[in-house]
Design a protein around this ligand. Structure first.
Ligand code: UD1
Ligand code: CA
Length: 458
């Protein structure tokens, strides 16, 4: 028989208290679905993970595709014991320990899963995560006899002295697989909620002469399950605190960590300073010694070292070492900005390559184009990339100087070191080193104002 490390994650409940069309476990905490936080924490201990799904199963299976196996609980809503029974076939014929956790508890630490697992490996039939809290209302309570865990009693089923118990069940366990398989068929639903409670397994094991141990939480927040939007916001805040603490420990300065929003999959180099209101999203890598001034949203982008960004948005983009971006720049997908570039205010870049040392200082749109090195794009330059039907590409060679308010009607190629006069609308290629001017000549009408006034027209 194989000794397995397996985790069952319960995510079949309705999550009615969220009042949402989205399944509860797909709501995001720090930009990542709740259940993905659980899967990741569990993954450090168990490679094989089974999600028990029911309500909203299609969407959950789509979101977690490739991250877990799935078992359906049918019918849904018969309780946590029924959920685990639905997955019992995954355990048949296996020996060892199985982790069981709830898909709505994103804050349980990987170390906690490891501690639960090691207790069962020592020989306990079950290990459960518990905490002592002043107000355990709503939670199952841990009942002990002569100090030994003998049962969990749900809120609705508490009697007498049990109301005073402060030790609560977090709904995170590790079981010996054989012991669990022996106990599961014995569950009954003769309780306050007419559900099959997984928690009743504890008393069944105790009566069967097996020992159960508890593992205390490492951090109070670990026990926070998410049942409503208030708890969602609390979990968000705690996860944010953890993520930001990790970056600060690794040498990142945060002016106000409570107002800095960083998703789990982000890396930031040392000596980078992050100001409030920055939102760093999935897949983003920020280099060393950068300055992220207030309100930057950066998603799935790579930013080099010594880059300064202010009040700007970067999506699926790259910015090279020593460049400055913003304030108020919008760098859209598939843009690569080179080193020591200047991308100034109200500049929008899309699907373009910008060579090293190029300056695009203000009010410019570059779309679907290749701009060389040390180019100067003056204020108000527009790459006219869309003809109403197709997107067209243009290029500007190294060292070119494009004056203010120039339209480059794509597709058009501007040679290196070429000059384009301000206000030109360029529709034909400009050779290397040439000067292009494409605008109406200025004409002067002397004394025009006084003449008009005499005629009574002004
Ligand atoms: C459960 C525990 C309680 C514990 C509390 C901690 C039981 C009977 N009670 O109560 O002791 O203090 O968690 O938060 O286990 N689920 C299913 N199928 C179902 C019902 C639930 O998969 O039929 C899933 C839910 O999606 C959820 C998890 O199990 O992820 C917990 O269910 P929930 O209804 O929130 O249990 P609690 O009432 O909170
Ligand atoms: Ca719950």
């Amino acid at each position: 028989m194989s000794v397995e490390k397996l985790a069952l994650i319960m995510a079949a409940g309705e999550g009615t208290r969220m009042l949402s069309n989205l399944p509860k476990v797909l709501h995001a905490v720090c930009g990542q679905p709740i259940v993905e936080h659980v899967l990741r924490a569990v993954d450090s201990v168990c490679k094989q993970k089974v999600l028990i799904v029911g309500h909203g199963k299609e969407r959950i299976m789509e979101a977690c595709h490739g991250q877990a196996d799935f078992v359906e609980q049918q019918p849904g809503g018969w309780g946590t014991g029924h959920a685990i029974r639905s997955a019992a076939s995954m355990l048949e014929g296996k020996k060892g320990a199985v982790l069981i956790t709830a898909g709505d508890m994103p804050l349980v630490l990987p170390e906690t899963y490891a501690r639960l697992m090691s207790e069962v490996e020592k020989g306990y039939a079950a290990a459960m995560l518990t905490d002592h809290v002043d107000n355990p209302t709503g939670y199952g309570r841990v009942v002990r006899e002569n100090g030994k865990v003998c049962a969990i009693v749900e809120q609705k089923d508490l009697v007498g002295e049990q109301h005073n118990i402060k030790e609560m069940n977090a709904s995170v366990y590790c079981f010996d697989i054989e012991a669990l398989l022996w106990a599961l068929p014995q569950l009954k639903n003769n309780n306050g909620a007419h559900e099959y409670y997984l928690t009743d397994v504890i008393n069944i094991l105790y009566k069967g002469g097996r020992e159960i141990t508890t593992v205390p939480v490492l951090e109070k927040s670990e026990c926070c399950g998410i049942n409503n939007r208030l708890q969602l916001a609390q979990a968000e805040r705690e996860m944010r605190r953890r993520i930001n603490a990790r970056h600060m420990r690794e040498g990142v300065t945060m002016i106000d960590p409570e107002a800095t929003y960083i998703e789990p999959d982000v890396s930031i180099g040392r000596d980078t300073v992050v100001y409030p209101g920055c939102v760093l999203q999935k897949g983003t890598i920020i280099g060393e010694n950068c300055l992220l001034l207030p309100n930057c949203r950066i998603m799935n982008s790579v930013v080099g070292d010594n880059v300064r960004i202010e009040n700007s948005v970067l999506l699926d983009a790259r910015v090279g070492d020593g460049s400055t971006v913003g304030p108020f720049a919008y760098i859209r997908p598939d843009t690569v900005v080179g080193e020591k570039c200047r991308v100034g205010d109200f500049v929008e870049l899309k699907n373009s390559n910008i060579g090293d040392g190029t300056k695009i200082s203000h009010l410019t749109y570059v779309g679907d184009s290749d701009v060389g090195e040390k180019v100067n794009l003056g204020c108000g330059v527009v790459f006219v990339n869309y003809d109403g039907k197709n997107k067209n590409r243009s290029s500007v060679g190294d060292g070119a100087f494009v004056g203010c308010n120039v339209n480059l009607v794509s597709p058009v190629n501007v040679g290196s070191d070429a000059y384009i006069a301000a206000g030109s609308t360029i529709t034909e290629d400009v050779p290397d080193g040439a000067m292009a001017i494409a605008r109406e000549r200025q004409s002067i009408k002397e004394d025009w104002v006084s003449k008009r006034k005499m005629e009574g027209k002004l």
